[in-house]
Ligand binder design. Sequence first.
Ligand SMILES: *Cc1c(COP(=O)(O)O)cnc(C)c1O
Length: 388
Amino acid sequence: MHATDSLMFITSRPEVTFVRGEGSWLFDAEGRRYLDFIQGWAVNCLGHSPRVIVDALAAQAAKVLNVSPAYYNEPMRKLAARLAELSGMEKVFFTNSGAEASEGAIKLARKWGSLKRNGAYEILTFENAFHGRTLATMSASGKPQWDHLYEPKIPGFRKLPVNEIEAVRAAIGPRTVAVMLEPIQGESGVVPFTPEFMKEVRKLTTEAGLLLILDEIQTGIGRTGKMFCWQHTGVQPEIMTLAKGLGGGVPLGALVAKESVACFEPGDQGGTCNGNPLMTAVGLAVVNEVSRPAFLEQVEDNGGYLMERLRAMSAALGLGEVRGQGLLVALELGKPFGSKVVDEALKRGLLVNSPRPGSLRFMPALNVTRPEIDAMLSTLETILKEET
Ligand SMILES: *Cc1c(COP(=O)(O)O)cnc(C)c1O
Protein backbone atom coordinates (compact mmCIF):
# COMPACT_ATOMS: atom_id res chain seq x y z
CA MET A 1 0.00 0.00 0.00
CA HIS A 2 0.97 3.64 -0.07
CA ALA A 3 3.20 5.29 2.48
CA THR A 4 0.46 7.93 2.94
CA ASP A 5 -1.71 5.32 4.65
CA SER A 6 -0.05 6.29 7.93
CA LEU A 7 -1.49 9.79 7.67
CA MET A 8 -4.72 10.49 9.51
CA PHE A 9 -7.51 10.84 6.98
CA ILE A 10 -8.65 14.47 7.06
CA THR A 11 -9.16 15.12 3.35
CA SER A 12 -9.12 13.06 0.19
CA ARG A 13 -5.89 13.72 -1.65
CA PRO A 14 -5.11 12.80 -5.24
CA GLU A 15 -2.43 10.14 -5.80
CA VAL A 16 0.34 12.65 -6.54
CA THR A 17 3.41 13.40 -4.42
CA PHE A 18 5.06 16.73 -4.98
CA VAL A 19 8.81 16.83 -4.60
CA ARG A 20 9.93 20.21 -5.92
CA GLY A 21 8.61 23.68 -6.73
CA GLU A 22 9.87 26.65 -8.66
CA GLY A 23 7.88 29.89 -8.99
CA SER A 24 4.43 29.04 -10.36
CA TRP A 25 5.37 25.41 -11.03
CA LEU A 26 5.30 22.22 -8.96
CA PHE A 27 6.94 18.91 -9.95
CA ASP A 28 5.80 15.46 -8.84
CA ALA A 29 7.87 12.36 -8.10
CA GLU A 30 7.46 11.23 -11.73
CA GLY A 31 8.86 14.55 -13.00
CA ARG A 32 5.51 15.86 -14.31
CA ARG A 33 5.03 19.58 -13.91
CA TYR A 34 1.92 21.45 -12.73
CA LEU A 35 0.98 25.11 -13.05
CA ASP A 36 0.01 26.09 -9.53
CA PHE A 37 -2.90 28.51 -9.05
CA ILE A 38 -3.47 27.40 -5.46
CA GLN A 39 0.02 28.10 -4.07
CA GLY A 40 -0.44 26.39 -0.74
CA TRP A 41 -3.84 28.12 -0.33
CA ALA A 42 -2.77 31.72 -1.10
CA VAL A 43 0.31 31.19 1.07
CA ASN A 44 3.30 31.16 -1.30
CA CYS A 45 2.95 34.80 -2.31
CA LEU A 46 6.36 34.81 -4.00
CA GLY A 47 5.84 31.39 -5.60
CA HIS A 48 7.63 28.13 -4.79
CA SER A 49 11.07 28.32 -3.16
CA PRO A 50 11.87 31.91 -4.18
CA ARG A 51 15.48 33.07 -3.87
CA VAL A 52 14.69 35.72 -1.20
CA ILE A 53 13.16 33.13 1.13
CA VAL A 54 15.80 30.47 0.50
CA ASP A 55 18.50 33.06 1.27
CA ALA A 56 16.73 34.40 4.36
CA LEU A 57 16.26 30.87 5.72
CA ALA A 58 19.86 29.85 5.07
CA ALA A 59 21.33 33.03 6.52
CA GLN A 60 19.15 32.94 9.64
CA ALA A 61 19.55 29.18 10.15
CA ALA A 62 23.31 29.67 10.26
CA LYS A 63 22.96 32.43 12.86
CA VAL A 64 20.31 31.22 15.35
CA LEU A 65 17.14 29.15 14.93
CA ASN A 66 15.35 29.81 18.14
CA VAL A 67 15.83 31.66 21.37
CA SER A 68 13.00 31.77 23.90
CA PRO A 69 9.86 33.86 23.47
CA ALA A 70 10.95 35.47 26.74
CA TYR A 71 13.86 37.17 24.93
CA TYR A 72 14.09 39.58 22.03
CA ASN A 73 15.57 38.42 18.76
CA GLU A 74 16.57 40.64 15.87
CA PRO A 75 14.22 39.51 13.04
CA MET A 76 11.23 39.54 15.43
CA ARG A 77 11.87 43.19 16.34
CA LYS A 78 12.50 44.23 12.75
CA LEU A 79 9.41 42.51 11.35
CA ALA A 80 7.17 43.93 14.09
CA ALA A 81 8.47 47.42 13.36
CA ARG A 82 7.93 46.94 9.62
CA LEU A 83 4.33 45.72 10.07
CA ALA A 84 3.60 48.60 12.45
CA GLU A 85 4.99 51.08 9.94
CA LEU A 86 3.04 49.61 7.00
CA SER A 87 -0.27 49.37 8.88
CA GLY A 88 -0.12 52.45 11.08
CA MET A 89 -0.97 50.10 13.96
CA GLU A 90 1.54 50.00 16.75
CA LYS A 91 1.65 46.55 18.35
CA VAL A 92 2.39 43.07 16.99
CA PHE A 93 2.27 39.56 18.48
CA PHE A 94 3.60 36.73 16.28
CA THR A 95 1.88 33.36 15.94
CA ASN A 96 2.51 30.07 14.13
CA SER A 97 -0.76 30.02 12.19
CA GLY A 98 -3.75 32.05 11.14
CA ALA A 99 -6.08 30.31 13.56
CA GLU A 100 -3.77 31.22 16.41
CA ALA A 101 -3.78 34.87 15.28
CA SER A 102 -7.63 34.90 15.10
CA GLU A 103 -7.79 33.19 18.51
CA GLY A 104 -5.44 35.89 19.83
CA ALA A 105 -7.71 38.60 18.39
CA ILE A 106 -10.69 37.07 20.22
CA LYS A 107 -8.70 36.93 23.48
CA LEU A 108 -7.51 40.51 23.09
CA ALA A 109 -11.06 41.75 22.43
CA ARG A 110 -12.36 39.86 25.49
CA LYS A 111 -9.56 41.23 27.66
CA TRP A 112 -10.27 44.76 26.42
CA GLY A 113 -13.99 44.21 27.08
CA SER A 114 -13.26 43.12 30.63
CA LEU A 115 -11.15 46.21 31.26
CA LYS A 116 -13.01 48.85 29.26
CA ARG A 117 -16.59 47.72 28.65
CA ASN A 118 -17.90 46.20 31.86
CA GLY A 119 -17.04 42.65 30.86
CA ALA A 120 -18.58 42.80 27.38
CA TYR A 121 -17.41 39.75 25.41
CA GLU A 122 -19.75 39.09 22.51
CA ILE A 123 -18.26 39.33 19.03
CA LEU A 124 -20.47 39.84 16.01
CA THR A 125 -19.27 37.67 13.11
CA PHE A 126 -20.80 36.72 9.76
CA GLU A 127 -22.49 33.88 7.96
CA ASN A 128 -20.05 31.74 5.94
CA ALA A 129 -17.07 33.38 7.65
CA PHE A 130 -13.86 31.43 8.16
CA HIS A 131 -11.52 32.36 10.99
CA GLY A 132 -9.64 29.11 11.66
CA ARG A 133 -9.87 25.64 13.17
CA THR A 134 -9.32 26.06 16.90
CA LEU A 135 -12.47 25.64 18.98
CA ALA A 136 -12.99 29.38 19.46
CA THR A 137 -12.23 30.28 15.84
CA MET A 138 -14.54 27.52 14.60
CA SER A 139 -17.20 28.93 16.90
CA ALA A 140 -16.59 32.37 15.41
CA SER A 141 -16.79 30.99 11.87
CA GLY A 142 -20.05 30.72 9.95
CA LYS A 143 -19.40 27.57 7.93
CA PRO A 144 -22.76 25.72 7.91
CA GLN A 145 -21.00 22.30 7.96
CA TRP A 146 -19.52 23.22 11.35
CA ASP A 147 -22.79 24.24 13.01
CA HIS A 148 -23.01 21.02 15.05
CA LEU A 149 -19.41 19.85 15.05
CA TYR A 150 -17.36 19.57 18.27
CA GLU A 151 -20.22 20.63 20.50
CA PRO A 152 -20.48 22.47 22.76
CA LYS A 153 -19.27 25.55 20.93
CA ILE A 154 -17.44 28.41 22.62
CA PRO A 155 -20.20 30.90 23.46
CA GLY A 156 -20.05 34.60 22.69
CA PHE A 157 -20.41 34.81 18.92
CA ARG A 158 -23.39 35.94 16.91
CA LYS A 159 -23.53 35.40 13.11
CA LEU A 160 -25.03 38.07 10.92
CA PRO A 161 -25.82 38.20 7.21
CA VAL A 162 -23.07 39.67 5.01
CA ASN A 163 -23.33 43.31 3.91
CA GLU A 164 -26.45 44.10 5.97
CA ILE A 165 -25.55 47.08 8.10
CA GLU A 166 -28.97 47.23 9.78
CA ALA A 167 -28.47 43.70 11.08
CA VAL A 168 -25.22 44.86 12.72
CA ARG A 169 -26.90 47.91 14.22
CA ALA A 170 -29.73 45.78 15.62
CA ALA A 171 -27.37 43.16 17.08
CA ILE A 172 -25.28 45.58 19.15
CA GLY A 173 -26.08 45.36 22.84
CA PRO A 174 -24.42 45.87 26.23
CA ARG A 175 -22.51 42.58 25.93
CA THR A 176 -21.10 43.38 22.48
CA VAL A 177 -17.39 44.08 22.35
CA ALA A 178 -16.41 43.80 18.68
CA VAL A 179 -17.33 43.14 15.07
CA MET A 180 -15.04 40.67 13.30
CA LEU A 181 -14.92 40.04 9.55
CA GLU A 182 -12.79 39.14 6.53
CA PRO A 183 -12.80 42.11 4.10
CA ILE A 184 -13.27 39.49 1.37
CA GLN A 185 -14.56 36.12 2.58
CA GLY A 186 -12.06 33.75 0.98
CA GLU A 187 -13.16 30.24 1.96
CA SER A 188 -16.81 30.98 1.26
CA GLY A 189 -15.91 31.69 -2.38
CA VAL A 190 -14.36 35.19 -2.60
CA VAL A 191 -17.32 37.19 -1.30
CA PRO A 192 -16.42 40.84 -0.65
CA PHE A 193 -17.92 43.20 1.89
CA THR A 194 -18.85 46.33 -0.08
CA PRO A 195 -16.90 49.57 0.46
CA GLU A 196 -20.17 51.16 1.64
CA PHE A 197 -20.68 48.44 4.26
CA MET A 198 -17.07 48.74 5.41
CA LYS A 199 -17.39 52.49 5.89
CA GLU A 200 -20.73 52.10 7.70
CA VAL A 201 -19.46 49.35 10.00
CA ARG A 202 -16.45 51.50 10.88
CA LYS A 203 -18.72 54.42 11.69
CA LEU A 204 -21.10 52.25 13.70
CA THR A 205 -18.38 50.54 15.76
CA THR A 206 -16.65 53.85 16.46
CA GLU A 207 -19.90 55.47 17.61
CA ALA A 208 -20.79 52.49 19.81
CA GLY A 209 -17.27 52.28 21.25
CA LEU A 210 -16.68 48.77 19.85
CA LEU A 211 -13.62 47.20 18.27
CA LEU A 212 -13.39 46.38 14.60
CA ILE A 213 -11.38 43.21 13.99
CA LEU A 214 -10.31 42.46 10.42
CA ASP A 215 -9.17 38.95 9.55
CA GLU A 216 -6.69 39.69 6.76
CA ILE A 217 -5.15 36.24 6.87
CA GLN A 218 -6.07 35.58 3.25
CA THR A 219 -6.48 39.15 1.94
CA GLY A 220 -3.38 40.70 3.54
CA ILE A 221 0.24 40.91 2.37
CA GLY A 222 -0.47 42.22 -1.11
CA ARG A 223 -3.01 39.61 -2.17
CA THR A 224 -5.57 42.23 -3.30
CA GLY A 225 -3.07 44.73 -4.70
CA LYS A 226 -2.64 46.69 -1.45
CA MET A 227 -0.51 45.60 1.47
CA PHE A 228 -3.73 45.12 3.48
CA CYS A 229 -7.16 44.90 1.88
CA TRP A 230 -8.59 47.59 4.20
CA GLN A 231 -6.30 50.11 2.53
CA HIS A 232 -8.63 50.09 -0.50
CA THR A 233 -11.31 51.79 1.63
CA GLY A 234 -9.16 53.39 4.33
CA VAL A 235 -11.21 51.57 6.97
CA GLN A 236 -8.53 50.88 9.55
CA PRO A 237 -9.43 48.38 12.28
CA GLU A 238 -8.28 48.32 15.90
CA ILE A 239 -7.17 44.69 15.47
CA MET A 240 -5.96 42.86 12.36
CA THR A 241 -4.81 39.30 11.87
CA LEU A 242 -2.28 38.10 9.29
CA ALA A 243 -0.82 34.70 8.33
CA LYS A 244 -0.77 32.83 4.97
CA GLY A 245 1.20 35.25 2.74
CA LEU A 246 3.16 36.68 5.68
CA GLY A 247 5.35 33.58 5.83
CA GLY A 248 5.42 33.05 2.06
CA GLY A 249 5.32 29.28 2.70
CA VAL A 250 6.57 28.94 6.27
CA PRO A 251 4.23 28.91 9.29
CA LEU A 252 3.96 32.49 10.49
CA GLY A 253 1.05 34.67 11.58
CA ALA A 254 0.60 37.95 13.38
CA LEU A 255 -1.90 39.68 15.62
CA VAL A 256 -1.62 43.43 14.97
CA ALA A 257 -3.37 46.01 17.16
CA LYS A 258 -3.65 49.69 17.87
CA GLU A 259 -1.65 50.62 20.95
CA SER A 260 -4.83 51.77 22.71
CA VAL A 261 -6.29 48.24 22.68
CA ALA A 262 -3.08 46.20 23.12
CA CYS A 263 -3.99 45.41 26.73
CA PHE A 264 -2.48 41.95 27.30
CA GLU A 265 -0.59 41.74 30.57
CA PRO A 266 2.36 39.43 31.22
CA GLY A 267 1.08 35.84 31.30
CA ASP A 268 -2.03 36.51 29.20
CA GLN A 269 -0.61 35.45 25.86
CA GLY A 270 2.43 33.59 24.55
CA GLY A 271 3.71 30.45 22.85
CA THR A 272 6.96 28.52 22.72
CA CYS A 273 7.86 29.11 19.09
CA ASN A 274 6.05 32.43 18.64
CA GLY A 275 8.23 35.05 17.00
CA ASN A 276 11.14 32.66 16.53
CA PRO A 277 13.93 34.20 14.45
CA LEU A 278 13.86 31.61 11.66
CA MET A 279 10.24 32.32 10.70
CA THR A 280 10.30 36.06 11.36
CA ALA A 281 13.45 36.41 9.21
CA VAL A 282 11.44 34.91 6.35
CA GLY A 283 8.50 37.19 7.11
CA LEU A 284 10.78 40.21 6.94
CA ALA A 285 12.14 39.15 3.54
CA VAL A 286 8.59 38.58 2.24
CA VAL A 287 7.23 41.88 3.53
CA ASN A 288 10.16 43.85 2.14
CA GLU A 289 9.57 42.32 -1.29
CA VAL A 290 5.76 42.55 -1.40
CA SER A 291 5.52 46.10 -0.01
CA ARG A 292 7.48 47.61 -2.92
CA PRO A 293 5.04 49.92 -4.79
CA ALA A 294 6.01 48.41 -8.16
CA PHE A 295 5.28 44.91 -6.83
CA LEU A 296 1.81 45.87 -5.59
CA GLU A 297 1.05 47.68 -8.84
CA GLN A 298 1.88 44.52 -10.75
CA VAL A 299 -0.50 42.50 -8.56
CA GLU A 300 -3.26 44.97 -9.35
CA ASP A 301 -2.46 44.90 -13.10
CA ASN A 302 -2.24 41.13 -13.36
CA GLY A 303 -5.36 40.69 -11.23
CA GLY A 304 -7.24 43.04 -13.54
CA TYR A 305 -5.97 41.11 -16.54
CA LEU A 306 -6.97 37.75 -15.05
CA MET A 307 -10.48 39.00 -14.24
CA GLU A 308 -10.95 40.59 -17.65
CA ARG A 309 -9.94 37.39 -19.45
CA LEU A 310 -12.14 35.27 -17.15
CA ARG A 311 -15.10 37.58 -17.82
CA ALA A 312 -14.62 37.20 -21.56
CA MET A 313 -14.43 33.40 -21.20
CA SER A 314 -17.47 33.36 -18.94
CA ALA A 315 -19.47 35.40 -21.46
CA ALA A 316 -18.38 33.17 -24.36
CA LEU A 317 -19.23 29.93 -22.55
CA GLY A 318 -22.35 31.14 -20.75
CA LEU A 319 -20.89 30.80 -17.23
CA GLY A 320 -21.48 33.12 -14.25
CA GLU A 321 -20.00 35.99 -12.30
CA VAL A 322 -16.30 36.76 -11.89
CA ARG A 323 -15.48 38.30 -8.48
CA GLY A 324 -12.41 39.38 -6.61
CA GLN A 325 -9.68 41.89 -6.14
CA GLY A 326 -6.02 41.70 -7.09
CA LEU A 327 -5.00 38.05 -7.33
CA LEU A 328 -7.83 36.62 -5.23
CA VAL A 329 -10.42 35.78 -7.85
CA ALA A 330 -13.43 33.48 -8.25
CA LEU A 331 -15.44 32.32 -11.25
CA GLU A 332 -19.03 31.12 -10.88
CA LEU A 333 -19.56 28.11 -13.10
CA GLY A 334 -23.36 28.20 -13.08
CA LYS A 335 -23.45 24.45 -12.39
CA PRO A 336 -22.12 22.42 -9.44
CA PHE A 337 -19.25 20.71 -11.26
CA GLY A 338 -16.29 22.51 -9.63
CA SER A 339 -14.69 19.34 -8.29
CA LYS A 340 -14.92 17.70 -11.74
CA VAL A 341 -13.08 20.70 -13.23
CA VAL A 342 -10.46 20.48 -10.47
CA ASP A 343 -9.87 16.74 -11.18
CA GLU A 344 -9.69 17.31 -14.92
CA ALA A 345 -7.28 20.24 -14.44
CA LEU A 346 -4.98 18.10 -12.31
CA LYS A 347 -4.78 15.50 -15.09
CA ARG A 348 -3.74 18.28 -17.44
CA GLY A 349 -1.11 19.68 -15.07
CA LEU A 350 -3.05 22.59 -13.55
CA LEU A 351 -3.90 23.17 -9.89
CA VAL A 352 -7.03 25.23 -9.19
CA ASN A 353 -9.43 25.21 -6.24
CA SER A 354 -13.20 24.88 -6.01
CA PRO A 355 -14.25 26.52 -2.72
CA ARG A 356 -17.91 25.69 -3.43
CA PRO A 357 -19.45 23.12 -5.79
CA GLY A 358 -20.36 25.82 -8.31
CA SER A 359 -17.25 27.99 -8.27
CA LEU A 360 -13.52 28.05 -8.89
CA ARG A 361 -10.97 30.14 -6.99
CA PHE A 362 -7.64 31.42 -8.31
CA MET A 363 -4.87 32.39 -5.88
CA PRO A 364 -1.62 32.27 -7.85
CA ALA A 365 1.76 33.55 -6.70
CA LEU A 366 1.65 37.35 -6.53
CA ASN A 367 4.55 37.42 -9.00
CA VAL A 368 2.77 35.15 -11.52
CA THR A 369 3.55 36.17 -15.11
CA ARG A 370 1.15 36.98 -17.97
CA PRO A 371 2.29 33.91 -19.95
CA GLU A 372 1.48 31.78 -16.89
CA ILE A 373 -1.96 33.38 -16.60
CA ASP A 374 -2.50 32.75 -20.32
CA ALA A 375 -1.42 29.11 -19.93
CA MET A 376 -3.84 28.61 -17.03
CA LEU A 377 -6.71 30.18 -19.00
CA SER A 378 -5.98 28.08 -22.05
CA THR A 379 -6.10 24.79 -20.08
CA LEU A 380 -9.20 25.94 -18.22
CA GLU A 381 -10.98 26.92 -21.42
CA THR A 382 -10.32 23.50 -22.96
CA ILE A 383 -11.81 21.79 -19.90
CA LEU A 384 -14.82 24.08 -19.63
CA LYS A 385 -15.62 23.73 -23.32
CA GLU A 386 -15.78 19.96 -22.86
CA GLU A 387 -17.92 20.23 -19.74
CA THR A 388 -20.42 22.86 -20.88
C1 LIG B 1 -6.63 30.38 6.19
C2 LIG B 1 -7.45 31.30 6.99
C3 LIG B 1 -7.48 31.23 8.40
C4 LIG B 1 -6.77 30.14 9.17
O1 LIG B 1 -5.39 30.17 9.00
P1 LIG B 1 -4.53 28.86 9.36
O2 LIG B 1 -3.11 29.29 9.12
O3 LIG B 1 -4.99 27.78 8.44
O4 LIG B 1 -4.79 28.54 10.77
C5 LIG B 1 -8.24 32.16 9.09
N1 LIG B 1 -8.91 33.12 8.46
C6 LIG B 1 -8.89 33.24 7.10
C7 LIG B 1 -9.63 34.34 6.46
C8 LIG B 1 -8.18 32.32 6.34
O5 LIG B 1 -8.19 32.41 5.01
